[in-house]
Ligand binder design. Structure first.
Ligand code: UDP
Length: 238
């Protein structure tokens, strides 16, 4: 372990949409590979890394429900989408020589280990990157909540939320040129101003467990390692 590693163990939440690249659906292998490269950088700093991957690039229960599908059934399909993304990410990481394990909240023993908390911790202690798939395993939740839950269970020092923009803004910076990025916010700021960062259950869980959330741009090459060293831009929620 490098003495310079600023965090012992972190969780990175990657949304499904982050894997689409310039497309509007599914996975772009170059984008997955670029994110994997950043994860390898951080791993090589000596920090233990685990991941929660979303599924919104393939299937979202709430969107399916809006078109007549039973919500819970749609959510199970959404959780399966996260497994596809997890396998892609596993492949990209292993291609770069990093040992990984996919642990699924829904049992799928032929392709992933079942999620067992103490086993996940052990994998990380052995230097493996653990990819948590299938969200929380429950419908009506999101992978943001799964990320806060797993980060708390794994006793992570921080939850890194990789997004399409470099932090939390007062408005959508892609639509409003006057939007300003916050350097730091409290959990209560996010909840009371209904800022679009993570859903309220994820923020509440992070707050109860004093888990800092660091929001940064996952597409800026090297940003994950840079943000880990405390170099901006990012927004810290504490
Ligand atoms: N999902 C769920 N329970 C969970 C996590 C996810 O039911 O604990 C379902 C839900 O339908 C969600 C989909 O999986 O829409 C994909 O996850 P999410 O929307 O969080 O992915 P992201 O927005 O990060 O790509």
């Amino acid at each position: 372990t490098s003495a310079a590693a600023p965090y012992k163990r972190v969780l990175l939440k990657v949304s499904g949409e982050a894997l689409m690249g310039k497309g509007s659906f599914g996975l772009d292998p170059d984008t997955v590979s670029a994110i994997a490269a950043d994860i390898c950088d951080v791993h090589s700093m000596g920090t233990e890394v685990c991941l929660v991957i979303g599924g919104g690039n393939i299937f979202r229960g709430i969107a399916a429900a809006a078109r007549g599908m039973e919500r819970a059934q749609g959510d199970y399909a959404g959780m399966l989408a996260t497994v596809i993304n997890a396998l892609m990410m596993q492949n990209a990481l292993e291609g770069r020589g990093v040992a990984t394990r996919v642990m699924s909240a829904i049992q799928m023993s032929s392709i992933a280990e079942p999620y067992i908390r103490r086993r996940a911790v052990r994998h990380m202690e052995k230097g493996r990157v653990v990819i948590f798939a299938a969200g929380t395993g429950n419908p009506f939740f999101t992978t943001d909540t799964a990320a806060a839950l797993r980060a708390a269970e794994m006793d992570c020092s921080a939850l890194f939320k990789g997004t399409q923009v470099d932090g939390v803004y007062s408005a959508d910076p892609r639509k409003d040129p006057a939007a300003e990025r916050y350097d730091e916010l409290t959990y209560m700021d996010v909840l009371s101003r209904d800022l679009n960062v993570m859903d309220a259950s994820a923020i509440s869980l992070a707050r109860e467990n004093n888990l800092p959330i660091i929001v940064f741009n996952i597409h800026a090459p090297g940003a994950f390692a840079q943000v880990m060293r405390g170099e901006g831009p990012f927004t810290r929620i504490v």
